[in-house]
Design a protein around this ligand. Structure first.
Ligand SMILES: N[C@@H](CCC(=O)N[C@@H](CS)C(=O)NCC(=O)O)C(=O)O
Length: 238
């Protein structure tokens, strides 16, 4: 049975962290909502259906047989050892979950640069607050998170990866962070990239992984756009 990934059809968003893992592993999966309106309806039926046991709060979520698993970090924690992108010892799995949950926090900070007041308002309705949020994000939060990830890489005695001597899903997430920051904040991020040499080297290595390279060049990789997490608004890119 293929894994079924449920996520919005037109954005990379949080679902992309799961897509990258499934693609890199060569896993058999269906990106359900990208199958058309019926797929999107199936996704919302699982969120809102009255008869769904243990329903997810929001996409992304994954169905594997009878299991319905939500929360990006939790999905990757489940998938990692099953698709060869995490060791199966507890210490490594929990460390990877810790890193991925930190990515989740970082993603919320990134999202809040363009929606600092409310999700339900358009960007254009909160643009002044967004300018301040983005400036503070660039000054304080971006270096704090990226510095933390760089430190983890520096302190791994086993290799140039987040955990142990091989690639895990957390390394793929580092790749996605670098890609997204380059897209959303091309000026601001270019100024500080050299502070994160290990992260950039990891990004470059991940980009060359054959299955990922093929995915990135394919139509399955949705281009960044102004509906996702990473949005290019020049007015926020000081
Ligand atoms: N912490 C969750 C957040 C999930 C989430 O916020 N999903 C967004 C799409 S990226 C959504 O559809 N949210 C609906 C809502 O917050 O009402 C995760 O990392 O998966």
């Amino acid at each position: 049975m293929p894994y079924e990934l449920f996520y919005h059809a037109k954005i990379q968003g949080r679902g992309e962290f799961v897509r990258l893992a499934l693609e890199d592993a060569g896993a058999d999966y269906i990106d359900v909502a990208r199958g058309g309106d019926a797929g999107t309806a199936a996704m919302f039926a699982l969120i809102n259906g009255e008869d769904v046991a243990r329903p997810p709060f929001a996409p992304p979520f994954l169905r594997d047989g009878d299991m319905l698993i939500a929360q990006t970090a939790n999905i990757l924690h489940y998938l990692g050892p099953r698709i060869g992108l995490a060791p199966d010892d507890d210490a490594s799995r929990l460390f990877l979950l810790q890193v991925q949950l930190t990515v989740t926090d970082f993603i919320k900070d990134i999202h809040d640069t363009h929606h600092p007041i409310a999700n339900s308002l358009y960007f254009e309705e909160q643009i002044e607050a967004a300018k301040l949020a983005a400036a503070k994000f660039i000054e304080l939060r971006l270096p704090k998170y990226m510095g933390y990830f760089e430190k983890i890489l520096a302190r791994n005695p086993a290799g140039r990866y987040i955990c142990g001597g091989g690639i895990t899903y957390a390394d793929l997430s580092m790749f996605q962070l670098v890609q997204g920051l380059r897209y959303a904040f091309p000026n601001a991020f270019a100024k500080v990239e050299s502070n994160y040499p290990r992260l950039i080297a990891l990004h470059d290595e991940v980009a060359q992984r054959p299955r990922l390279k093929a995915y990135l060049a394919s139509e399955r990789r949705i281009p960044f756009n102004e509906m996702g997490i990473f949005r290019k608004y020049p007015v926020l890119d000081a």
